[in-house]
Design a protein around this ligand. Structure first.
Ligand code: SAM
Length: 322
């Protein structure tokens, strides 16, 4: 197992199944182009082999499948089937929910029980403006179907001051009423937002702003969360929980245990680092050759982690997964 001098190690793997997405959210895809897959994406088999090798070489215990939009990929089903036999503690999936209803049987068959569904607003006009693809009612129907099928659901919302701040409380009420945990994700300086001259500052809503807004309507107390959790969690007594992923306000780099694999075979040890490490060529090699080479790259990837604070990154989220 590879551990750095701060005691950090890779425990959670996020795999971007494809860079293609049926949305083009304004904060993620500035040119508005939907469904553009990266060239030379790995096959489902190669991706599953990557996960198997990373379980062994890095000690990965938990897997999150993301993208792009993982449910648009024809590799989803074969990938799920191939990773079914791996000794993983947990497999989760992050999706925009557009294709959720029809993909639920495949997710259930693969043993997935937890879903993170991204939804920035309950207002159809704002939904069209932000997501620039998809349809709000379809997402809501997918959520209902997933809930009825017994999935544990978290909703991800990126609050944007000029777009959906008025949706913080309606989305919270929607989630509390259904037993979903709402996760607010502070806007991150990723991709085009990492460059000067964007509207990042005008759109950014901080942890403090969110807590003040929610506190005016709901009494809450801080709740427990695992040491390497990304979100600070809060309980509204008698109603439920919500969380805030506060990359900017309360960076969690010191306890970060995440490793990311792009759909084209690049490992990223840190969202804030421009470094990436290609493993696509190792996946055809037998285990005894692949694992030592992989371990050398994992040492480099762990060395890419920031010591203290997230400082933005040029890579677009849809390439490496949220
Ligand atoms: N398509 C899937 C979805 O919509 O959930 C998975 C991929 S998406 C890149 C994963 C998450 O990253 C979404 O919740 C999205 O809102 C978030 N995200 C993308 N760009 C972001 C940014 N600049 N700051 C904060 N969150 C971002």
């Amino acid at each position: 197992m590879i551990v750095d001098r701060q005691g950090r190690r890779f425990r959670n793997l996020r795999i971007s199944l494809t860079a293609a997405c049926n949305y083009a959210c304004t904060y993620c895809v500035p040119n508005g182009k939907r469904l553009v897959a990266a060239q030379d994406e790995l096959s489902a088999d190669a991706m599953a082999r990557a996960v198997a090798y990373l379980v062994e070489a890095a000690g990965i215990e938990r897997l999150r499948i993301t993208g792009g939009e993982p449910l648009v990929s024809p590799r989803l089903e074969p990938f799920l089937e191939a990773i079914g036999r791996l000794p993983l503690e947990d497999i989760g999936l992050t999706t925009n929910g557009q294709l959720l209803a029809r993909k639920l049987p495949a997710l259930q068959a693969a043993g997935i029980r937890r879903l993170n569904v991204s939804l920035d607003t309950l207002d159809p006009d704002a939904f069209r403006r932000i997501a620039r693809g998809g349809d709000l009612d379809t997402v809501l129907a997918g959520l209902d179907a997933a809930r009825a099928a017994g999935f544990r659901i978290k909703l991800n919302m990126v609050p944007l001051r000029q777009e959906n701040l008025d949706q913080v409380l309606p989305l919270l009420d929607y989630c509390l009423a259904r037993g979903y945990e709402l996760r607010f994700i502070e806007l991150m300086r990723m991709g085009h937002l990492a460059r000067a001259g964007t509207d990042f500052q005008q759109q950014f809503v901080s942890l403090g702003d969110l807590l003040a807004l929610i506190g005016d309507h709901h009494p809450f107390v801080q709740a427990e969360a695992p040491l390497d959790a990304t979100a600070l969690r809060y309980e509204i007594p008698g109603r439920g929980h919500f969380g805030i992923i506060a990359n900017e306000s309360v960076p969690f780099c010191r306890t970060c245990s995440r490793l990311r694999l792009s759909s084209t075979g690049w490992l990223h040890g840190c969202l804030s680092s421009g470094n990436r490490h290609y493993i696509g060529d190792l996946l055809d090699k037998p285990r005894h050759q692949a694992l030592p080479a992989l371990q050398r790259l994992l040492v480099k990837a762990l060395g890419d982690k920031q010591d203290l604070a997230f400082s933005g990154g040029a890579t677009v989220m849809k390439i490496i997964g949220g």
